[in-house]
Design a protein around this ligand. Structure first.
Ligand code: UCC
Ligand code: FAD
Length: 580
């Protein structure tokens, strides 16, 4: 009888097929190299001591933290300028998950491990491996942590016994109630790359020795932070200030007073961004903001460069994290998606695409960890001069190269999900949108390529000898005979690049990006070869090293041979772009 009745509200028929979604599991235990890398680099004892923590954290990242991070994307920060009675409050509202991530960051020692140094020179690498695991799940809470770490490093350099003791301890605590995050306010409207000419903010000395800052900070990420380091020009009694780099000094400020009122700061607006939408990024008017001078006068840029080093390394970790997360999801989906009657994992063409992506991801991971290792050795004063030189050179190289690769891998990764990769509530497009910032902030690719030149020039080439010697060490020793040809080529490439630099001084600026890419590819090649060695290397490591080396390791030489940097050709480019 019921069969004959037409029920107007019957459930919609949608077919029986249900596509299984991609999933992630414990991000430490499922990682292809982490456990082996840690044993090789830190030794079995330290590995044994830290592995239980990494195992629990890998699980937390895949479950609790990933959910909190996704909540931050769904519940984005809001700015309320006025309260109901018309009082200007400039309240930046962040969601509970964002606040919880701050607590977790403290509890897990995501800053503290590097400063308490329980595992001596391995502590920094341990911290950075945790940050790398945290980053792709963290709803970009990794952004304030990068600046917090950079600020802690700067305050430590200033001296933990100075007036900076209290804020320093807030930054490195594991107690969520006391934990502070920091901002890094360098960019103004006129320039984020050219900070020397872009900074218009002035600092006026007060009777008590403090300063008041007046200016407009054009990009300030994680503006809900407790403190910030920033740059300003001290105004002398006659109202003038020194132009350019030499006029810049570094200041410390707290964003709010004890009652929670903003420190003479107006939050003009929150930026409407392509990605990183979880993070409040604001334009700030500093209108008499009370601040302390924390660098020698005129030494603002060199003083804040500690922060730049740290945040650039964090950027590298985040880029490697994007690539690994993409690979994890794509890999899992390949076992769940069928097309033309087969799981897509069984199509060699699909597998080849994934293999190329995996090679990039492994290279980025090894480079990120290498820089973290060098930093840890320097901080514990066990590094030699060559290692310090290498850290200086590899920091911009690692940031610029991995950031670009992260965008490419994230983009390719979306395609591996077909149409679903384009659908916002899968969470997948967010990966691409968020990765696009990695080559922009903390120095664009060109600016970092120029930084590579800066450190080559400043060290009078010492960074290059350190580079070549380390390449030799990594490519020597018990390397699989399958890599005989590659190891020779990698060593020769390093030498050829150094020869190119020596003989083509006039072309270096225009070649800077290709040069940096070449240095990155050569160094990563040596890392992959080194990692494939016994006792921790496996057959897939040899294959990955081989595949990496099959690309052009020296694009700068290829372009040079084609005459690409000759002034006539460059002039032609100007006509081509701007006058045709
Ligand atoms: O974007 C930002 C925050 C985003 C949120 C954080 C995310 C972190 C990752 C999270 C992952 C999820 S904050 C804004 C970042 N801004 C930049 O990176 C600025 C880009 N511009 C540059 O890097 C420029 O190269 C400048 C501003 C650093 C310098 O340009 P100049 O004016 O041409 O500088 P000079 O004259 O060459 O250098 C001035 C001094 C020199 O020292 P002295 O005077 O002793 O010879 C340089 O050697 O500063 C020194 N110096 C450095 N020292 C310059 N750069 C460095 C360096 N990298 N390391 C050491
Ligand atoms: P420009 O300097 O105008 O660069 C424009 C182009 O010119 C780039 O492609 C650049 O590579 C190129 N170029 C410039 N100079 C040269 C040269 N000499 N040779 C060759 N090419 C050159 N800043 C902060 O201080 N604090 C923050 O918290 C912060 N958060 C940010 C958050 C987000 C989401 C974004 C997008 C930016 C943030 N920034 C922040 C700003 C960021 O650091 C700058 O945008 C960045 O450094 C680039 O500066 P710019 O925007 O002035 O670009």
């Amino acid at each position: 009888r019921t069969m004959s009745v037409q029920i107007p509200f019957a459930r919609e028929k949608r077919g029986d097929f249900q596509q299984a979604a991609p999933q992630i599991s414990n991000q430490y235990t499922s990682h292809p190299i982490l456990s082996r890398y840690i044993k090789k680099t830190m030794g079995p004892e330290v590995a044994q001591a830290i592995e239980p923590d990494l195992r629990q954290f890998g699980d937390r990242v895949a479950n609790e933290i990933a959910e909190l991070g996704w909540n931050c994307e769904k519940e984005q920060p809001q700015l309320k300028h006025f309260d109901a009675w018309g009082k200007r409050v400039d309240d930046i509202k962040t969601c509970d998950s964002w606040k919880k991530l701050k607590d977790i960051a403290a509890e897990e020692g995501l800053i503290a491990h590097a400063y308490t140094k329980k595992h001596k020179e391995h502590s920094r690498l341990y911290q950075m491996i945790k940050l790398y695991l945290f980053s792709p799940s963290s709803g970009l809470f990794s952004c304030p942590l990068a600046m917090t770490d950079g600020a802690a490093k700067c305050l430590l350099t200033i001296g933990p016994d100075s007036a900076m003791k209290v804020p320093y301890e807030h930054l490195i605590t594991t107690n969520p109630k006391d934990f502070w995050t920091s901002g890094q306010w360098m960019t103004e409207k006129k320039g984020g790359s050219d900070v020397a000419n872009g900074t218009e903010t002035v600092a006026v000395l007060q009777d008590d020795g403090s300063y008041k800052l007046y200016g407009y900070k054009w990009f300030t990420s994680a503006t809900d932070s407790n403190m910030s380091l920033t740059l300003a020009r001290i105004v002398s009694n006659d109202g003038t200030s020194i132009k350019g780099t030499k006029g810049l000094s570094m200041f410390y400020l707290e964003t709010r007073d004890k009652e929670g009122n903003l420190n003479n700061i107006q939050v003009q607006k929150l930026k409407d961004k392509l990605g990183t939408r979880q993070v409040p990024t604001a334009e700030l008017l500093l209108d008499g903001t009370v601040a302390k001078l924390v660098s020698p006068i005129g030494q603002g840029i060199p003083s804040i460069s500690d922060m730049l080093t740290l945040t650039r390394i964090h950027n590298t970790l985040a880029a490697a994290g994007v690539m690994r997360r993409t690979m994890t999801l794509v890999n899992d989906y390949s076992f769940k998606r069928e097309a033309f009657g087969k799981l897509i994992k069984d199509y060699p063409l699909h597998t080849k695409v994934l293999a190329r992506m995996e090679v990039e991801a492994r290279g980025a991971e090894l480079l990120a960890f290498e820089v973290a290792k060098l930093l840890g050795r320097q901080e514990c004063k066990v590094s030699n001069e060559e290692e310090d030189q290498l850290l200086r050179l590899l920091t911009p190289i690692a940031k610029l190269y991995t950031a670009k690769q992260a965008v490419a891998i994230a983009s390719e990764g979306l395609e591996c999900f077909g149409g679903q990769g384009y659908i916002e509530d899968t969470g997948l497009p967010m990966i691409l949108r968020d990765s696009q910032v990695l080559p922009i902030w903390e120095g664009t690719t060109n600016i970092l390529s120029l930084d590579v030149l800066r450190c080559i020039v400043k060290s009078k080439g010492a960074v290059l000898s350190a580079f070549a010697n380390e390449i030799d060490r990594k490519c020597d020793g018990e390397v699989s005979s399958q890599l005989d040809e590659e190891r020779v080529r990698v060593k020769d490439s390093a030498r050829n690049i150094i020869r190119f630099i020596g003989g083509n001084q006039d072309s270096l600026e225009v070649a800077a990006r290709d040069l940096s890419y070449s240095l990155a590819r050569i160094y990563i090649a040596s890392l992959l070869i080194d990692f494939s060695k016994n006792p921790y290397g496996r057959a897939d490591d040899v294959l990955i090293a081989k595949k990496w080396c099959s690309q052009d390791l020296t694009p700068v030489l290829t372009s040079h041979e084609k005459g690409d940097y000759k002034s006539t050709v460059c002039d032609g480019e100007y006509e081509l772009i701007f006058k045709s």
